[in-house]
Design a protein around this ligand. Sequence first.
Ligand SMILES: C[S@@+](CC[C@H](N)C(=O)[O-])C[C@H]1O[C@@H](n2cnc3c(N)ncnc32)[C@H](O)[C@@H]1O
Length: 396
Amino acid sequence: MLRVLDARTAPPRPRLGDAVAVLPPPGRVVRIAAPPLLLAAAGSRGSSPAVRGAALSALAAVWAFTYSRYRKRGLQQTAREWELMRTGTLEAFSRHYNECVPTLEEELDLWGEYHGHRHEMRYRLVSNRVRRAVEDAQGPVDVLDVGCGAALVADQLRDAWLRYVGLDFGGHHITFAADKHRNGSPGRLQASFVAGDAERLPFRDASFDVVVWSEVIEHLMRPELAVWEVARVLRPGGTLVLTTNNASEMPLRLPLSDPLAFLEKALGFRHDWLISERPWVWPWPVDRSILPAGSRDVWMPHTWHKQAETSRLFAAAGLTTRHASTFEFPPPQSRTARWLDRRGAAGRRLVDALEAVCIRVPLVKRLGCHVLMVAERTGDPVAPPPPGIWPGPFSS
Ligand SMILES: C[S@@+](CC[C@H](N)C(=O)[O-])C[C@H]1O[C@@H](n2cnc3c(N)ncnc32)[C@H](O)[C@@H]1O
């Protein structure tokens, strides 16, 4: 069963050539070393105005060159991934999620404590938002968790007076979550579980006060259908709590050698057209054992979301975004995250401290790996979703 790991959060695979990567190629040395040297020359009291001007011009040229390469490669990579996503089929999607993807709890056991710790933070964040959304409720509250996986959000809400329904596409996730909640310590939460598809929810209109949708939308072939479904099953005034990959995630670069890449990502949080690199697919094709013999590689969606674009999608479906922020700094693929991982409990305390700082610093606070969006159902979705409302390859 355990064939797939989350490529973003699994400990990075050793790469061929890691041993020589410690010796950076000459172009990289220039990109890293030139900006501080030029800044020092421009800022030095002993420098003449001509030297200062030359140093600043050279700095602007290095930054512009570095960024133009970054942007060009980002756009090319995005176009490549968009094409790869077209290989996806509903059959491969169904077999992949039912036969290859382990439950979240199994994955957490494999990843180790550092990654588990970061996921716990997300479950706390989401469950706190659910509590906030229902704090003034007079009667029983209905919560739907779309793509509930191992129902780790429900675990955080066991003490709450809620009627919780967990829905997932993968039958084994539902069995696992239902068994856990049957056998686990009794709480006030009334939990039930249903197998189903986010793109066709098996519930009546306006059945839920809160919909939780955490780390699921990025996996869907036609996310707009699911957004419309979520809006349909929410009661007017109901709340959607969503988390997903953030296309504005902090670049894996040094801020001084490529500040424009950071600026692109930070400003791109509100102005999505700025963002050049936007992954669409999981970094590896699906396991060949689920494909017919001789078939070509098939890639599954794993889309980084642009907050402003997703907000527009919500608005078209009658959902008004009330809150958008990011969390999880630094990216799990970064050297810093690997270093923190090796520090054990101290690393986990340090990453918490880093998180507390990053969410307060202007612009930096938009660069977390994940975005949290809270939306309210304020209108009625016009059906069906208008053409072009989502730029994915399966949307019309
Ligand atoms: C990364 S896991 C997140 C699980 C859970 N929400 C959590 O935060 O722990 C993604 C989940 O989405 C489910 N999923 C994928 N496509 C789905 C669909 N079309 N409908 C419902 N669930 C889906 C997968 O089976 C998987 O359990």
